[in-house]
Design a protein around this ligand. Structure first.
Ligand code: RAM
Length: 515
């Protein structure tokens, strides 16, 4: 972003840093060796030779072994490399590759044609001069599978690998998660995988994905916090993230879409219309959950500011002005027009801000927020196509899931029955723009539940997340389209994140609404 500057509120940042969590460590070992084989347009791991005796098995140029750690891990790898044969007369050159799923091991790095950095591919090249050597890799990896490929030794010696371990880290305590009882088996499994997904993303902050982007995004935070309240209840981690976003804002006090934490916290220079407004939502949810007066007092001004800034984006007709470029998120996917969805998110946030204003005793804001609600609801009405019975977005009057779902979540149709009818018409209309992420499907499921369409919601949850389970998910994925399993917003599925917090919402949906 041009002319970006960061506004710092030292006191809030200090408070965020006081809330920095202690990471729990656990030493884990591989459970078996596997081979990766192609299967149905994807890849699968099948058992290979035994792990036993590996430390005596010499590996020379071109030899490879793939370790399976049994489940998804986030952590630091260590192992010992020894020589076998003559003394090591040349360095050992090895490559390690990590995959959350088998396909990341199978896909050749040289073939990568994605549109984000290839540095996200989890790979490490090592020259080891002295053997034996105990190695500990400095980078943190997110993986279940680790491939070790010997690029070269020398004609006179080979290497043996032993003591392979991973120091797995998370700030989540799995033993604190209340067990689910009396729930059908498939939902229990979906819940278990959701909890694992969130666990792996709970680090120094709520990361979106521990493989990529390994950072705090506010759209992801909103959902992570909602799940956390019903599972880990790591309330201080939510509070820390809120204080980071409020302590480090962009120009004019705008909450940024994302946050880096190392070496020092700093806000990313990306702003997204919906993500900034989600600061209000995060605070609203946190306040309802904790009644934490300190947080409300400290953070309400930042929340209020997001609404003020968003209202500036309204046109004369009280509709959010449509824009080009990456100005609002809602979902990944080609061609999605964001205008109507943005209007929905704005109304959703204004309603929450009204409660926060009352709780904070800010009566003056209460009255302009009330007026803003009336205006934006009237604006939303202008996006409604009477003939089609659906909301349209942008100059081309696009019909998408995102637009209808956000209008429902914002309670634009005034009654539950009207909201249900809108969703029913949407199914019938089969919008040309599909949903591409578990993030968007989550919002559809929640919209259905809140409109009294529980059965349909449950069916989608079972089919969609169950589809990932059927495809071998240990943790839930950033993107998933059952029709197109190789889909990626980045031009290569090798850089997709396969442990993505915004996909772990079934735990929230099941525990909050379906029990
Ligand atoms: C991607 C990540 C993240 C999301 C943003 C908008 O980089 O998947 O989770 O919030 O986009």
């Amino acid at each position: 972003m041009e002319n970006f500057h960061m506004q710092v509120d030292e006191r809030l940042v200090r408070r965020a840093q006081e809330l920095r969590p202690r990471l729990r460590e656990m030493i884990v070992h591989p459970v078996r060796l596997v081979d990766i084989i192609p299967r149905d347009g994807d890849f699968a791991a099948v058992p290979a030779s035994s792990l036993e005796g590996l430390e005596q098995r010499p590996l020379g140029r071109g030899d490879r072994v793939v370790f399976d750690f049994g489940e998804h891990r986030v952590g630091y790898i260590s192992f010992t490399l020894t020589s076998s044969g003559s003394p090591a007369d040349a360095p050992a050159h090895i490559r390690l590759k990590f995959g959350e799923r088998p396909l990341e091991i199978a896909e050749e790095t040289a073939d990568y044609r994605g549109n984000i950095s290839s540095s996200w591919l989890q790979e490490e090249f090592l020259h080891v001069d002295v053997l034996p050597t105990a190695l500990r890799l400095p980078r943190r990896y997110a993986f279940r599978y680790m491939e070790l490929l010997v690029l070269d030794t020398s004609p006179k010696y080979k290497v043996c690998v032993s003591d392979i371990a991973c120091t797995a880290v998370s700030s989540g305590d799995l033993s604190a998660v209340p067990p689910l009882t009396g729930v059908p088996e498939d939902l229990t499994e979906i819940d278990r995988i959701s909890v694992s997904t969130l666990h792996e993303c709970m680090q120094g902050v709520f990361e979106d994905g521990p493989k990529r982007d390994r950072r705090l995004w506010i759209g992801d935070l909103r959902l992570q916090a909602q799940i956390d309240y019903l599972t880990f209840r790591n309330l201080d981690l939510v509070k820390r993230c809120l204080y980071l976003f409020a302590g480090l804002t962009m120009n004019e006090g705008r909450v940024g879409a994302g946050m880096f934490t190392e070496p020092e916290p700093r806000v990313d220079d990306t702003a997204l219309f919906d993500y900034s407004l989600f600061f209000v939502s995060c605070l609203y949810d946190y306040w309802l959950e904790t009644a934490d007066e300190e947080a409300l007092t400290d953070l309400w001004p930042t929340a209020r500011r997001q609404i003020e800034l968003a209202l500036r984006e309204l046109g004369e007709d009280d509709v959010v002005r449509d824009r080009t470029g990456w100005w609002c998120f809602l979902d990944w996917g080609e061609g999605l027009n964001k205008q109507a969805g943005a209007q929905g998110v704005l109304i959703y946030a204004i309603r929450q801000a009204l409660l926060l204003a009352t709780s904070a005793g800010d009566t003056e804001s209460g009255s302009w927020l009330q007026e803003a609600l009336t205006r934006t609801l009237a604006g939303a009405g202008r996006l409604y196509d009477e003939e089609k019975g659906l909301f349209v977005s942008g100059a081309k009057r696009q019909i998408s899931w995102a637009s209808q779902v956000w209008m429902v979540l914002a309670e634009v149709p005034a009654t539950r029955e009207e909201r249900a009818a809108l969703l029913t018409r949407t199914f019938a209309a089969k919008p040309e723009i599909p949903m591409n992420t578990p993030y968007m499907v989550h919002h559809l499921v929640e919209a259905l539940i809140l409109s009294g369409m529980q059965d349909r919601a449950l069916q989608i949850l079972r089919d969609y997340w169950g589809g990932m389970v059927a495809r071998g998910a240990d943790t839930f994925w950033e993107v998933y389209d059952p029709e197109h399993p190789a889909v990626s917003p980045y031009g290569s599925r090798a850089v997709n994140s396969y442990c993505h917090a915004w996909s772990s919402t079934p735990s929230y949906l099941i525990r909050r609404y379906l029990l």
